[in-house]
Write a protein that binds this ligand. Structure first.
Ligand SMILES: Nc1nc2c(ncn2[C@@H]2O[C@H](COP(=O)(O)OP(=O)(O)OP(=O)(O)O)[C@@H](O)[C@H]2O)c(=O)[nH]1
Ligand SMILES: [Mg+2]
Length: 389
């Protein structure tokens, strides 16, 4: 019957209208939940250049700030200086360590004779610079041996031998690259851990800045929900560098915020998801339990690519003890040693690597957004010991 056909056609049209209406509404509803702060990313750019080491890509893609951003003022996104050669450019920041280690050692070496007393003083200088007792004994032992074999006590020559031994102690063959590339649609997940005040949030921001300048897309996960200000601090970095920040309400479960951040990264086809975690809780056991949970929950999406332990260089050997606890809970793949600009004890780099058995991958040399450098043993030792000129 003709009437019946009309009814069927009308019903089909109605169904189509309802379905397309829903499809249009749903994504908006999700955004309206306000989980995500920060400018929505432009299409995830395909980064051609390798990460940390490479200079800034010629054409830097920056997402345009959008009205949905939490802050009323959309700040202009800054473009960082290239990471290549940063350690060399920032070497003057190691001035304190350089004056203790470099100048101290050089004046000892230039005495012209290497007697027992001088060797002891060399040892003392290295220990004072936090190189650590065991590492110092080894380095000086080898140095004495080589100087003896060569029959030299010339300051320049012994200095060169010392530089070689220090570089060797840092094992230049270690892989210091950071896994920040997505794999088969799965963003690289980078977990950032460490005690409170070590510089986790700042380092997340600095890393995101470098990655975005290199053409990567980044989502930041504010899994430090212990303090309200912590997510705000990360959100400020996110706005500055052009990364989305996924955050939860205050006192939200950190693991679920981290989970959501990775989910958002997958949705957007993001290259890297950086997760900032809490460094402070009521007690250490609570913190470690929580970290373990964050890792397990995030890994429902896929494996964590990199776990960076942030260590404050000014805390010296004490900090090292605290750091060890983290390595027992999460599989730390790299150390970021911050605040090397504020200490004369730059030798801690050697102690950290030796006692944790984990490569130092990045060093923090100041509070500025570009004061983070890929760690390079040769350039570092050279800056510490100085040229002797
Ligand atoms: N001088 C110097 N200061 C740094 C460096 N890295 C971080 N800071 C400063 O250290 C302070 C603490 O940094 P945050 O990034 O907030 O540390 P955090 O680990 O996130 O701290 P919590 O969230 O409290 O656990 C800030 O004032 C940073 O500016 C560095 O390499 N050099
Ligand atoms: Mg923090």
């Amino acid at each position: 019957m003709g009437g019946m056909e009309y009814v069927i056609i009308a019903a089909v049209l109605l169904a189509v209208a309802v379905i397309s209406g829903l499809a249009w509404l749903l994504p908006r509803r999700r955004r309206a939940a306000g989980e995500i702060v920060g400018p929505p990313k432009a299409q995830a750019p395909v980064a051609e250049s390798p990460v940390a080491e490479s200079p800034v890509a010629e054409a830097v893609e920056v997402p345009a700030p959008v009205a949905e951003v939490e802050a009323p003022v959309a700040e202009a996104i800054e473009v960082p200086a290239p990471t290549a050669g940063r350690l060399i450019r920032l070497r003057s920041r190691l001035a304190r360590s350089q004056s203790l280690l470099g100048q101290g050692l050089l004046s000892l070496l230039s005495r012209g004779k290497l007697d027992e007393e001088t060797w002891e003083e060399i040892e003392e200088t290295l220990i004072t610079a936090d190189v650590g007792v065991a590492a110092t004994a080894e380095i000086v032992g080898r140095l004495r041996q080589r100087a003896k074999v060569l029959g030299t006590s010339a300051a320049g020559q012994v200095r060169d031998l010392l530089v070689e031994e220090l570089v060797a102690a840092l094992d230049p063959t270690l892989d210091r690259s950071i896994s920040t590339r997505s794999n088969a649609g799965m963003p690289a997940i980078v977990l950032v851990v460490g005690v409170n005040g070590a510089g986790k949030t700042t380092t997340c921001g600095k890393i995101a800045r470098v990655l975005i300048a290199d053409g990567h897309s980044v989502v930041l996960g504010a899994a430090d929900t212990f303090r309200a200000a912590a997510s705000d601090q990360l959100a400020t970095w996110g706005r500055r560098v052009g990364a989305e920040v996924v955050r939860g309400p205050e006192a939200a479960d950190p693991a679920s915020v981290a989970f959501d951040a990775v989910r958002r990264g997958i949705e957007l086809g993001t290259e890297t998801v950086l997760i900032d975690t809490a460094g402070r809780l009521q007690n250490k056991i609570g913190l470690m339990d929580e970290l373990g949970k964050v890792k397990r929950v995030v890994e429902k999406h896929g494996p964590v690519s990199e776990t960076l332990l942030i260590l404050d260089a000014t805390t010296g050997q004490n900090g090292l003890e605290q750091a060890r606890v983290f390595t027992e809970v999460v599989n730390v793949t790299g150390v970021v040693l911050t605040k090397l600009d504020g200490t004369a004890k730059g030798g801690i780099v050697l102690a950290v690597q030796r006692s944790l058995g984990i490569p130092v991958k990045l060093v923090g040399l100041g509070e500025g957004p570009d004061d983070l450098a890929p760690f390079d043993p040769e350039a570092f030792v050279d800056a510490l010991v100085g040229t002797g000129a």
